[in-house]
Design a protein around this ligand. Structure first.
Ligand SMILES: Cc1cc2nc3c(=O)[nH]c(=O)nc-3n(C[C@H](O)[C@H](O)[C@H](O)COP(=O)(O)O)c2cc1C
Length: 228
């Protein structure tokens, strides 16, 4: 959490810093939505936040498609349902536990956006020659911006990745080379989960910070970490 002492002269004030950490802490992947609507000016703010994300070589590879047609939304939902069942079949002994989890709110959210990687990405070599997946990393940064801004606006968002990209490409008429990477459910919620739903449902737990931060090499414990 933000301390009262700014670390540098460029730091935000204590309240502003606390607000940033609060949004990070309270952002949740939401699957339960309260219907309603999101005003166009709020959508514009959120998409502007997404569009101001960092991107490799400043390539801005993200494309956002607002799903306005109910029929299209239902077709996308059907794709997700097919993949949810296939995932369950691939999970072996965790199948039944998985099927009890809610993994999307596509039919209930006020808004659905599909997010795709743009076509023509092969022209962008800067920062991607050895790591071509940095385009996807850039899109993830944009989605995270949107997610945090949505939390600050009091709106829930859920990232749905249960789909075959070829099916979504066909439904959204993506050009060759473009690739769908997310269906975002966005809108008012009755409340935010206090912890990740997958933790609440005992599917997974947050790993201790010390288990993911190392010094000088793999698995060398960072003994300077504040463990409080
Ligand atoms: C790339 C990505 C894809 C995800 N896809 C799904 C999904 O298809 N369905 C779902 O319920 N949650 C999905 N999630 C949400 C994660 O389950 C969630 O972030 C994680 O459980 C931690 O919870 P939190 O986001 O509330 O902190 C996805 C998250 C990310 C970053």
């Amino acid at each position: 959490m933000a301390s009262d002492t700014p670390p540098t002269a460029q730091a935000y004030g204590a309240q502003e810093r606390a607000a940033i950490y609060r949004a990070i802490d309270e952002r949740r992947d939401m699957r339960h939505f309260a219907g309603g609507s999101v005003a166009p000016e709020v959508l514009t703010r959120l998409l502007t936040a997404a569009h101001h994300a960092p991107s490799v070589g400043f390539m801005q590879p993200w494309r956002f498609i607002r799903v306005r047609s109910r029929a299209l939304r239902e077709q996308l939902h059907a794709c997700v349902e097919v993949e949810r069942q296939r995932t369950a079949d691939a999970l072996g002994e965790r199948r039944d536990g998985f099927l009890q989890l809610k993994v999307e709110g596509l039919l209930d959210a006020a808004e659905v956006f599909a997010v795709a990687l743009a076509d023509g990405r092969e022209a962008h070599v800067f920062g991607r020659r050895t790591l071509p997946e940095m385009d996807l990393a850039s899109v993830a940064c944009a989605i995270q911006n949107l997610w945090l801004a949505a939390r600050a606006e009091g709106l829930g968002m859920g990232w749905v990745s249960f789909f075959d990209p070829a099916d979504v490409a066909r439904l959204l008429q993506l050009p060759p080379g473009a690739r769908a990477v997310a269906l975002l459910c966005l809108g008012p919620v009755h409340g935010f989960y206090e912890e990740p739903m997958l933790a609440r449902e005992r599917w997974a737990r947050r790993a201790p910070l010390a288990s993911v931060v190392f010094d000088d090499g793999w698995r060398r414990q960072a003994d300077w970490l504040d463990r409080a």
